[in-house]
Write a protein that binds this ligand. Structure first.
Ligand SMILES: [Zn+2]
Length: 63
């Protein structure tokens, strides 16, 4: 079965940059196209993995 925890591929929805996870090196490796260097990559990851869940609403009243 496929590993549901670790995504093995991801594609930037903005510039089309494609990367795959290197099990050996434990980091993302760029596929065919490096894409734009300055793109804030919005990854469309092909696995069940939480992405960008840093959206905590400040409801405690302290700005
Ligand atoms: Zn990108």
């Amino acid at each position: 079965m496929t590993d549901l925890r670790t995504p093995s591929e991801r594609v930037c929805t903005r510039c089309g940059r494609h990367e795959h996870w290197s099990e050996d090196a434990h980091h993302w490796r760029i596929g065919d196209d490096a894409g734009r260097v300055h793109c804030i990559h919005a990854w469309d990851i092909t696995a069940s993995f939480p992405v960008g869940g840093n959206d905590t609403p400040a409801t405690d009243g302290s700005a």
